[in-house]
Design a protein around this ligand. Structure first.
Ligand code: BDR
Ligand code: CA
Length: 319
């Protein structure tokens, strides 16, 4: 896939804000390669209403209140909701205290996804950085609709890397494994940013200390601080992984990544295995005889080049 001129790639960002989701929104809106048609929200890091409010707050911070926000699924397809408030804070944006803007949301996320993909087949990239519930519900309502996306760039799963919620599962796939399976099985052109790459790119404590004295800089510092303190208590060092911005990075410029096509499926059952990506790499199998569908997986990343882009885009404006 080539690099395209400014503003030429329409995207829908589906998210569960969430601190790194907020950073993904900031990166997407700061990137001239992307035209953000709307932000969809889903239950994930925090309950749906909290995450929707957070999307509105971040857009107001950026002075981008014209971007529509579409609330979606209030919980996973089959299991009880799980949240990640121990990482993102009870309100989802760490210690930040952004004001709630006086504006309302637009229609519902699933209708927006279905209608947009139908209206512009082959044009729109879906960037999904939360549990895949909205995408799976769109596919259930309009079978085949995800194949109309130009690409689905999703943060989720772990291929050769351990999980972050269970020994084998990453949060977004664990939170709604049925949705992850349906999306992987949809036949859409999917590119994953799994933990294999997102665990390689982190904001360090020293970078946080040097945040610019702008509204954006202060927000990032306050939002990230509690998660970084948690990482230190867990003896992982002062760092905050840029999980969700990496999925935006896939849509901006895939040349940051080494991408491999892997036959993969998602386990939906099991105390130990729900949400696990099962990759069929058996040497003695022909591709036509493998378990799962071909999924493009980013398995390595030029972390330095990506971080330079991230910092320049997120802090480029006098916000
Ligand atoms: C994913 O889980 C969430 O907590 C983050 O926002 C990210 O989307 C990382 O596993
Ligand atoms: Ca997320």
């Amino acid at each position: 896939m080539g690099f395209e001129p400014s503003g030429s790639r329409p995207v829908i960002l589906d998210s569960d804000p969430g601190v790194d989701d907020a950073l993904a929104i900031m990166l997407a809106l700061g990137s001239p390669e992307l035209e953000v048609l709307g932000i969809c929200t889903v239950s994930g890091n925090v309950p749906l209403d909290t995450g929707t409010g957070n999307a509105l707050k971040v857009l107001a911070l950026l002075g981008r209140n014209e971007i529509p926000v579409y609330p979606g699924a209030g919980g996973p397809i089959r299991k009880e909701a799980v949240y990640a408030t121990e990482v993102h804070g009870p309100e989802g944006l760490g210690d930040s205290a952004l004001p709630m803007p006086c504006r309302s949301t637009s229609g519902d996320a699933v209708s927006f996804i279905v209608e947009t993909l139908r209206a512009r087949p082959g044009e729109v990239t879906l960037i999904a950085v939360g549990p895949l519930t909205n995408l799976a519900l769109a596919e259930a309502r309009a079978p085949g609709v995800l194949k109309k996306a130009r690409e689905v760039c999703a943060m989720g799963g772990a291929v050769d890397e351990p999980g972050n919620v269970t020994p084998v599962a990453e949060f977004n796939f664990f939170a709604d494994p049925d949705a992850a399976r349906r999306v992987v099985r949809s036949g859409a052109k999917i590119t994953l940013a799994p933990l294999d790459v997102t665990h390689r790119v982190a904001l360090e404590g020293s970078q946080l200390a040097r945040m610019p004295a702008t509204h954006a800089g202060r927000f990032v510092k306050e939002a990230v601080r509690p998660a970084m303190e948690l990482a230190m208590r867990l003896q992982a060092g002062p760092r905050f992984f840029l999980h969700d911005p990496l999925a935006v990075g896939l849509a901006i410029d895939p040349s940051f990544f080494r991408i491999e096509t892997v036959f993969a499926d998602v386990e939906t059952e099991g105390d130990l295995t729900a949400g696990q990506v099962v990759a069929d790499r058996r040497a003695f199998r022909a591709d036509g005889d493998r378990t799962g569908l071909p999924v493009r997986c980013a398995l390595d990343v030029d972390a330095g080049r990506f971080m330079a882009l991230f910092l320049s885009r997120v802090f480029s404006e006098a916000v």
